[in-house]
Design a protein. Structure first.
Length: 601
């Protein structure tokens, strides 16, 4: 193989990973390689550019020799601006996929964003589906998912595969280097034309990389707020140290080129065998297939299944409860049809209703089960609104559960009841309505079982920009975490807004306060408990800062709890919404932040 062919193969392999289309931040490269080989019917070593037997479309992979180009793009939404920043086609919604579903989506914030990109093009690549051979690991994962016992488990397994390998594969792209700046403009501002020549700049006059990029792209003082800046496919140190012309010359010799522009993508399923593709399309051809969460609670004496209203949206949920447990549940659908009440409404001491207006639906249910009945539940809307906790507010429970299907809409409930009240719940999710910017959720619980129930989720504000900015604790002196209070910071109208949770637990004992710096977030949580109470709690951040233990008393019989990066799909914990019991810590991880749920300290 010639050096030219080796170079070509190296840069084709840039396209060997799929991309997930994040509904908040645009395309994100998967860490898993989905393409095993290029040109499966042709041995690469036997192919040269002058070979008359080369595939007919071989001219679609060719060098461009460092052509420089300036692109300006104006966008109406933040998501479009992220696509423009990366050089992808503007997509208002994720690329259509055989497993995608239409329905209620949160409205993207509108505004006026602009992107200027300096592209240095080195290779142009335009491939067809037949040029690509899927990776064995990807095919094996798909086949294992299709072997699951029923449609619900197959769909859930396939979505996990696509979450790991991506949604799409770029097949027409430009490879090279780029300097990019994206920000928000005022309504009456545009970029000036890029000059044909730029005067050399004094490299020591710039206070930040963003200022430096603004100068190189001739957009100083244009943005009201910056969205994303980056230098890709080259050595930014040469640009910053020696200037633009030296950087341009260095690009010809670098081997760090990246995808800088994408003009065509294919679905990640398109590279599979047609038989497998047919199975996937058949599975998803009926968007009304319901998805069921695992049941929570104990085996019921009497059962119910509120799933007979097809695609009719839920308009209201009526809940009967006492200070001990959930007594009854009814669902009222749009149009007036009523399912229920199921349970023992005559035993309820209180009733409440959870109303849903147009475009709203239930996206999550927190459940506190016991060994005999459902003690409490709490409903979460797709808008972020969180209901009060219905039912008991303290007591002994099993580990609390979050029932959700990653942003899908609740279509009904199944479960059971006995002479006391509701004993089991199972959420049934619609597969045709889903909020795009929902986060994958996982729950983990450690600690004791007794205490007061509480939930800080309502203090998070804008959950898509929120982060923990401060944690305050008290130690009662008995060797336990006496109380905890968390401050959350999110962006409201582009400006930071802080919300502070109540003090959960005792207000006695010395205070320990930890304030996180801007851009600092938690990557690891460690601690210990003795089976009834949290004894130690400390954190590590992305800046390798280890916060000392909030409680230093040695507990001889304790189990360690650890939450590390490898368990975080997004690699960070932006929020701890703390719901910690006096003798119980419940830890629920919601990407890209963590919510702690539980009971009083």
């Amino acid at each position: 193989m010639s050096e030219s062919d080796k170079s070509l193969l190296k840069h084709l392999r840039i396209l060997s990973h799929g991309f997930s289309l994040d509904p908040d931040n645009g395309p994100a490269r998967s860490s898993r390689r989905v393409i095993q080989e290029f040109r499966p019917k042709q041995d690469w070593a036997d192919w040269s550019k002058g070979d008359p037997k080369a595939p007919s479309d071989s001219h679609n992979v060719k060098p461009i020799d460092g052509e420089r180009m300036i692109e300006d793009e104006y966008s109406e939404t933040r998501l479009d601006a992220y696509y423009a920043n990366l050089g992808w086609p503007l997509l208002v919604s994720p690329f259509p996929r055989p497993w995608s579903v239409s329905g209620a989506m949160l409205q993207a914030p509108s505004g006026r964003w602009a992107t200027r990109r300096m592209l240095i093009k080195m290779w142009s690549i335009n491939l067809g589906v037949n040029d690509l051979t899927p990776a064995d690991a990807y095919v094996d994962a798909i086949e294992r998912a299709l072997e699951c016992p029923n449609d619900t488990s197959r769909i859930r397994a396939l979505e996990e595969v696509f979450a790991l390998w991506g949604d799409v594969i770029p097949v027409a792209a430009i490879v090279g280097s780029t300097i990019v700046a994206t920000g928000e403009l005022s309504s009456d501002t545009n970029f000036d034309s890029f000059p044909s020549a730029i005067a050399p700049q004094n490299q020591t006059n710039f206070g930040s990389l963003n200022d430096f990029i603004d100068t190189q792209l001739q957009i100083q003082d244009r943005f009201e707020s910056a969205l994303k800046y980056h230098i890709t496919g080259s050595r930014p140190d040469i640009l910053f140290r020696e200037g633009l012309e030296s950087w341009l010359k260095s690009i010809e010799n670098t081997q760090e080129w990246e995808i800088i522009k994408v003009t065509r993508v294919i679905q990640i399923t398109d590279i599979l065998d047609p038989t497998i593709q047919g199975k996937i399309k058949e599975l998803y051809s009926n968007c009304s297939i319901p998805l069921r969460s695992p049941p929570v609670g104990v085996s019921p004496q009497f059962g119910f299944d509120i799933t007979g209203n097809g695609l009719c949206p839920i308009q209201r949920v009526d809940i009967g409860f006492s200070d001990v447990c959930i007594k009854s549940i009814s669902i009222i659908y749009a149009g007036g049809s009523v399912a229920g009440p199921f349970g023992r409404p005559e035993g309820a001491t209180r009733f409440d209703r959870f109303d849903l207006s147009g475009g709203e639906y239930i996206a999550g249910i927190f459940v506190w089960p016991t060994d005999h009945f459902i003690a409490s539940l709490q409903l979460v809307k797709n808008t972020g609104y969180v209901s009060p906790i219905y039912g008991a507010m303290r007591g002994i429970t099993q580990p609390p559960c979050l029932l959700s299907e990653n942003g899908k809409a609740l279509g009904g409930l199944a479960g059971g009841y006995d002479a006391i009240g509701i004993t089991q719940l199972q959420a049934v999710w619609r597969n045709d309505i889903q909020v795009n910017d929902y986060r994958y959720t996982r729950t983990v619980f450690v600690g004791g079982q007794d205490g007061e129930f509480w939930n800080d989720l309502r203090f998070i504000g804008d959950r898509f920009s929120a982060r923990i900015s401060k944690i305050t604790t008290r130690s009662s002196g008995a060797g336990y975490l006496g109380s905890i209070q968390t401050t959350y910071t999110s962006l409201v109208g582009g400006y930071p807004s802080c919300q502070e949770s109540p003090v959960h637990g005792t207000e006695d004992g010395p205070i320990t306060t930890w304030t996180l710096e801007d851009g600092e977030y938690i990557t690891e949580i460690r601690g210990s408990h003795d089976g009834t109470s949290i004894c130690q709690l400390w954190f590590t951040t992305n800046r390798c800062n280890r916060k000392p233990r909030f409680i230093k008393t040695l507990i001889l019989y304790s189990d360690a709890l650890t939450l590390k990066n490898r368990q975080l799909l997004a690699g960070r914990v932006d929020i701890l919404a703390l719901l910690i019991p006096r003798r119980y810590l419940r830890k629920e991880i919601k990407w890209p932040y963590t919510i702690w749920l539980g009971k009083g300290m």
